[in-house]
Ligand binder design. Structure first.
Ligand SMILES: O=P(O)(O)OC[C@H]1O[C@H](OP(=O)(O)OP(=O)(O)O)[C@H](O)[C@@H]1O
Ligand code: HPA
Ligand SMILES: [Mg+2]
Length: 169
């Protein structure tokens, strides 16, 4: 997906992210017993840590993937290349929570679900194209929204809206 498909910016701060991750933990606790968490790197790592703390889970593994290449000025994805799996996980994912920060086109989700068909796939955010692939998520945003996670941002001067050039779209 190219940059011009994204028209809206949705910045998420640490507190909001923490609140959403705790809401996800509540939902997952209600859904049964879990043997562990598998984080999809890198975006799934922070939610995984919060779920692990809230749900008292110590067994945490990773699926390590590379997908989007971010190269433009504003940090939105310039292109989504082929998905490369650097490290997988043994087994079929039974009893495991597979966690990512978000699902967008669903490409990553489709791939990891094939790898671990019995895992419960959870995300904090979901866009419509990827939503059908997620078992549990907290917040839906439109397909033309680019979510900015707190680990991708820093505090800096903000140009008043009226003076801003059109940054996206
Ligand atoms: O539904 P999709 O279109 O596949 O997009 C969702 C994926 O894209 C982002 O990861 P990204 O590839 O940017 O890498 P990162 O997690 O290492 O930052 C996000 O963390 C998801 O893993
Ligand atoms: O909206 C997004 N925000 C951050 N990373 C992403 N990777 C795919 N979509 C997004
Ligand atoms: Mg990711």
């Amino acid at each position: 997906m190219t940059e011009h498909h994204y028209r809206m910016d949705f910045p998420v701060g640490w507190e909001e992210l923490h609140r959403n991750a705790r809401a996800l933990a509540w939902r997952l606790l209600d859904k049964g017993q879990w043997n562990g968490i598998i984080a999809i790197t890198r975006g799934g790592l922070v939610p995984a840590a919060i779920l692990a703390r809230e749900m008292d889970i110590r067994m945490i593994d990773t699926i390590c993937v590379v997908s989007y290449q971010k190269s433009d000025t504003y940090g939105t994805a310039a292109a989504q290349g082929d998905l490369t799996v650097l490290k997988g996980v043994a087994g079929d994912g039974e009893g495991m929570i597979l966690i990512d920060d978000l699902v967008d086109t669903g490409k990553t989700a489709r791939h990891v679900r094939e790898m671990l068909p019995k895992a419960h796939f959870a995300t904090l955010y979901a866009k419509p194209a990827g939503k059908p692939l997620v078992d549990t998520f907290i917040t839906e945003v439109s397909q033309d929204t680019w979510i900015r996670f707190p680990w991708d941002m820093e505090h800096t001067f903000s140009t008043p809206l009226a003076e801003r050039p059109k940054m996206l779209g």
